[in-house]
Write a new protein. Structure first.
Length: 270
């Protein structure tokens, strides 16, 4: 059984009704691995044909709100729908504190469901958190997950590489141009990478130009990254268009990279 990846959400903090918050699913057989949990993550998963009960393992790239505001949804909605296994979540420092605060905030909800008439297993409401450092952090059923550090502000941020005997899929998370990423994703089958339009950024104010050029990856930079690491397929997500289109993003990347590239949309499957 080969791996698939589904783009559950390709959005950014901008509330685009056509793009849910950042979230991806890596699927191998009946196993589902969620990467990031932006707004709408569970409904997007169901739209992709994933059962809520399958949402038992997740990985977080970093703590920004657009990647985490779907976390209560990921904890509680599958539990209400009968998930029996605890939710296992891997991510950076701070994830344990966030988890405990979410569970505390919803304690009245859980207690009412526990003591009321709902026939739902309470084990599905449990969450186990592992705060990670770089290296192999998960290995099960022929899937190995490796975390690698990326540059996205002053806090810990990670990309992930999923390896099976037949495929390697890499996810950048939010990052500026990263030597660490290039070291870890060489010759992967699929590289899913965030991007902003270099030409579109020129229209923004100086403070936003400084922010995006420091914390994120431009089309021209990503073209150079792809030319170096040579993925079989480059998939754009978390696209910051800044007035440009998918075709514009690809045209800008093409100035540096001639290989296969697509600009992803919600529910695309690779």
């Amino acid at each position: 059984m080969t791996m698939q990846i589904i783009l559950l959400g390709t959005g950014t903090p901008i509330p685009d009704p056509n793009r849910s918050g950042p979230a991806l699913a890596v699927i191998k057989g009946e196993s589902v691995y969620i990467i990031d949990f932006g707004p709408g993550v569970v409904r997007r998963a169901v739209a992709a044909g994933i059962k809520p009960s399958q949402l038992t393992t997740a990985f977080l790239t970093h703590m920004h709100s657009d990647h985490t505001t779907g976390y209560p949804d990921l904890i509680f909605t599958p539990a209400v729908e009968g998930r029996r296994d605890p939710l296992m979540v891997y991510g950076p420092e701070g994830l344990s504190s966030m988890t405990q605060k979410i569970l505390s905030a919803f304690d009245m909800d859980v207690q009412e469901r526990k003591t009321g008439l709902e026939p739902t297993p309470m084990s599905g409401y449990e969450v186990e958190v592992k705060e990670i450092s770089s290296g192999v952090i998960y290995s099960k059923d022929e899937i190995i997950v490796e975390a690698f550090p990326v540059e996205h502000g002053s806090w810990p941020a990670f990309g992930y590489k999923f390896k099976s005997p037949t495929k390697t899929i890499a996810i950048s998370g939010d990052t500026s141009k990263s030597e660490s990423l290039m070291k870890h994703v060489n010759n992967c089958d699929i590289l899913i990478h965030e991007v902003y339009s270099a030409e579109g950024l020129k229209t923004r104010s100086p403070d936003w130009i400084h922010y995006h050029s420091t914390y994120h990856t431009s089309t021209y930079e990503l073209g150079k990254i792809a030319r170096r690491v040579k993925p079989n397929l480059l998939v754009l997500y978390h696209q910051l268009y800044m007035g440009k289109t998918d075709d514009d993003l690809i045209t800008e990347i093409r100035t540096e990279y001639a290989g296969p590239v697509v600009s992803g949309k919600d529910l695309d499957i690779f």
